[in-house]
Design a protein around this ligand. Structure first.
Ligand SMILES: *Cc1c(COP(=O)(O)O)cnc(C)c1O
Length: 215
């Protein structure tokens, strides 16, 4: 199966995205809506000035926590949003997605680490949220996403990923269009791929360590 590599360019300047795009990278991930939107516009301008090959259409993924007051930026500028954890946010994204753009591609974020993490919907609510999101007109449900608590040995890294994979297979019986399991970052991407992940989100292993304090 193909694995999509998402290059997480948060905190990196637009020129780093250009460098990666010239090397053939197409999918980029951002955590902060305003920073991401600014970078998307900067990259569009650079592409118009000929800094990128004409066929290098970049695909922008929003992967950070999504607050109500940031949904419009995401709906208007991004191609994907991975961090849907509440129906209200999904409804806003659908309502705000401009008519001339294709539907926003989305993943439902699931909290597979219980107490250790506050983000994501509880696993037992993921099916209902997926069904509701799938019915929104301007969103296209693609899959599930998780950010487990950091773990250092391989087996411990696989455990939450396998849980999410199992949930994914269950939900897929009701939502057959699901094709994306967004899991794995620089430190646990091998475990994620081994556990059925289809998209890994890699920042520091591509661009180097971020400045300390910037998550
Ligand atoms: C920052 C971030 C990543 C990338 O993290 P690295 O450890 O730098 O690979 C992936 N996913 C999310 C949601 C992130 O916030």
């Amino acid at each position: 199966m193909d694995i999509t590599l998402l290059a997480v360019s948060k905190t990196r300047p637009a020129r780093d995205v250009v460098t990666a795009a010239l090397a053939g990278q197409r999918d980029f991930g951002e955590n902060y809506a305003q920073e991401g939107a600014d970078k998307i516009l900067a990259l569009r301008a650079l592409a118009q000035q000929g800094a990128l090959p004409e066929n290098a259409a970049l695909i922008w993924h929003f992967i950070g926590p999504l607050q109500s007051n940031k949904t419009r930026l995401v709906a208007e500028q991004f191609d994907w949003a991975h961090s849907i954890e509440r129906l209200k946010i999904a409804e806003r994204l659908s309502a705000q997605r401009p008519a001339q753009l294709p539907p926003l591609q989305v993943c439902v974020q699931v909290n597979v680490s219980g107490e250790a993490s506050k983000s994501g919907c509880p696993p037992q609510e993921a099916l209902d949220l997926c069904l509701a999101v799938a019915s929104l007109p301007r969103l296209k449900l693609r899959g599930l996403m998780c950010i487990p608590a950091p773990a250092h040995d391989f087996a411990a890294q696989c455990r939450p990923f396998l849980q999410l994979w199992q949930r994914f297979m269950e939900i897929k019986t009701r939502c057959p269009e699901l094709d994306t399991l967004s899991m794995g970052m620089s430190d646990d991407l091998e475990a994620a791929v081994q556990s059925g992940g289809t998209l890994v989100r890699v920042g520091s292993a591509i661009f180097g360590q971020r400045e300390s304090g910037k998550k």
